[in-house]
Design a protein around this ligand. Structure first.
Ligand code: 5RP
Length: 251
């Protein structure tokens, strides 16, 4: 009985994890095949889906004997580039990028994104702003019509550590909802970003103003805010991998 019970719990979980992973892979492979051109500089995003993009990039670099200069958006991306033997670059050497390939926590009908679930939003936004095309790769769970439908942890906001309480109070006062300081996994202290800042997660009200460009502007006006995880009007194309191996593409 115990074996049967364990199988009923773990086998479906195993297969759903596998299909999520394969949906990330198909999206990432397709994006790399369609957007990466030889002898260009590109941005490398952060997160678990980007791992597959880098995997594909390495295959192409080796098989086609091409050169691609890779600008990371995080410590994780930097490690990925180095460990895959790709050419590590930066915005000093390559301030203009052909494309940036990155993941997302959620994308709405207008391809407004929530990013920063992994804590890397500032460098991701800087790198994306230097790219001619921001290309998003994600699994099907990130594809939504309205922000907040899929990603429930709120909009990440990077703040200067000494300002986290006033910024929290101002956001709650201006827009409602609740703002929480993101804690480290062990809850021993706050999460610290690659840039030495703290992260707030804003659980916005479900009836929040969906003029996200205006909301983003207002958030960025608050002293102490470094950047928000709202990416508005930045995406050129998004690829969402499906469990059956197909990819939904949205521009
Ligand atoms: C990190 C990010 C990631 O792009 C986002 O969290 C998506 O990650 P994943 O591909 O693991 O779902 O914004 O700050």
């Amino acid at each position: 009985i115990l074996n049967k019970l364990l199988a009923q719990i773990f086998i479906p979980k195993f297969f759903s994890t596998m299909s999520l992973e394969s949906s990330k892979r198909v999206a990432a492979y397709k994006a790399v095949d369609e957007w990466v051109k030889p002898n260009t500089a590109i941005g490398i995003g952060s997160g678990s889906t980007v791992i597959y993009a880098v995997e594909r990039l390495k295959q192409r670099v080796v098989n086609e004997n091409i050169k691609v200069f890779c600008v990371p958006t995080s410590f994780q991306a930097r490690q990925l580039i180095i460990s895959n033997g790709l050419i590590l670059s930066d915005l000093e050497a390559h301030p203009e990028l052909d494309c940036a390939i990155d993941g997302a926590d959620e994308a709405d009908a207008n391809l407004t994104l929530i990013k920063g679930g992994g804590g890397c939003l500032l460098q991701e936004k800087v790198v994306a702003s230097c790219a001619q095309s921001l290309i998003i790769v994600a699994d099907y769970t990130k594809d939504s019509t309205k922000l907040g439908q899929q990603y429930r942890k709120g909009i990440p906001i990077e703040v200067v550590p000494m300002a986290y309480v006033p910024v929290k109070r101002k956001i709650e006062g201006l827009f409602g909802g609740s703002v929480n300081l993101r804690m480290s996994v062990a809850k021993a202290g706050p999460c610290v970003t690659d840039n030495g800042n703290f992260l707030l997660d804003w659980q916005f009200p479900t009836d929040a103003d969906s003029d996200w460009a205006a909301v983003n502007r207002d958030i960025l006006m608050i002293p102490g805010v470094v950047e928000s995880g709202l990416f508005v009007n930045m995406v050129r194309k998004a690829y969402f991998g499906l469990a059956d191996g197909n990819v939904t593409e949205r521009c």
